[in-house]
Design a protein around this ligand. Structure first.
Ligand SMILES: [Zn+2]
Ligand SMILES: [Zn+2]
Length: 332
């Protein structure tokens, strides 16, 4: 799984963008699901190629990836990013790496726990879109702007460094200044709104953009005015539809007579209801594929798979019994 995007695309690390694009096109064409119907391994390769190109096909992401790679192998491990500096310095690189090294939209490469759950409707998760989410975030106090008060003056105890040293020579220790709490300044008037903390709890309503094909349990990083939060996606189950990757599954129940003679049924899809032809002689457990009605993942649209369930009647009336007896007598 942990393969290098360059080796996936079969190019050298010094390859130009044109060369990468060419290699990608060639491989994508060869492994495209339409060119290899039913071939799972081609589909996997196709996905891998897409993911690799997502990174090195974009000069900005590629530069970040190259920088991370030079930084050492630690970024490829199970534990993900070592420490906060990396996150801060490179921003969204966790997303890029987790995307290609198996974490889906997040999760694996994260060390921090998601702080909020975001509920996403089934169809929005499948096709992408936007949801409104209510987030509780500690933000800068609106009254003092995060400072904690007014009348700011350089701390007399530490001279503004925020640290004081006690003891001498070998035995000296440095610790945060108690006079200013390590901030290096004091305030003559404490903010009444936040009590001097500079923080305020807030209820923020944000529009979260949901990538198409997002899975239940994925972690998204959301930037708001109050900071960045890790949000866990909870996909709301649909009453009729189930999703497996980019394919949507559903069941349809027909009678034994309909299965034998063929019928038409209405099927619920992400795009509304469609009429589906069930051919004559359909066996129980048959799966009928409706192309292009699935979810979208990494730019590829899945299908809807309709599982046919054939119901055998119970509690027959005398008339019905007579009809089934007739069928029975034919031996079919
Ligand atoms: Zn305040
Ligand atoms: Zn001080």
């Amino acid at each position: 799984m942990n393969r290098d995007p360059y080796s996936i695309l079969g190019v050298s690390e010094g390859a130009g963008q044109d060369e990468i694009k060419k290699a990608y096109r060639k491989l994508a064409k060869k492994n495209h699901p339409d060119a290899n119907p039913g071939d799972r391994s081609a589909e996997e390769r196709f996905k891998e190629i897409q993911e690799a190109y997502d990174i090195v096909g974009d000069p900005g992401k590629r530069a970040k990836f190259d920088a991370a790679k030079k930084g050492g192998g630690a970024y490829f491990g199970e534990e993900g990013m070592p420490g906060g500096d990396f996150e801060g310095g490179f921003g969204g690189l966790g997303d890029i790496l987790s995307g290609i090294f198996g974490g889906g939209f997040g999760g694996r490469a994260r060390q921090t726990q998601p702080s909020v759950n975001i509920s996403v409707p089934f169809a929005t998760a499948a096709r992408g879109g936007s949801v409104e989410a209510e987030l509780d975030l500690p933000v800068d106090c609106p009254v003092c702007g995060g400072i904690g008060g007014t009348g700011r003056e350089t701390c007399a105890s530490c001279g503004g460094s925020g640290r004081v040293t006690s003891g001498h020579g070998l035995f000296s220790t440095t610790h945060p200044c108690q006079g200013c709490g390590g901030r290096g300044f004091t305030l003559s008037k404490r903010c009444a709104s936040c009590g001097g903390s500079g923080r305020a709890g807030t209820h923020d309503r944000v529009a979260v953009s949901v990538p198409a094909g997002v899975e239940d349990g994925s972690v998204l990083r959301i930037s708001t005015t109050g900071g960045t939060v890790q949000a866990m996606i909870r996909v709301v189950p649909d009453r009729f539809l189930r999703r497996e990757g980019r394919d949507i599954h559903c069941d349809v129940r027909i009678t034994a007579a309909q299965a034998a003679l063929g019928t038409r049924v209405m099927i619920r899809t992400l795009d509304g209801k469609v009429r589906l032809k069930v051919p004559e002689g359909t066996q129980p457990g048959t799966v009928i594929r409706i192309r292009g009605r699935g979810a979208v993942q990494r730019g590829v649209q899945g299908d809807q798979l309709v599982h046919v369930i054939v119901g055998i009647p119970t509690g027959l009336s005398p008339e019905e019994k007579a009809l089934w007896e007739q069928l029975k007598s034919t031996g079919r």
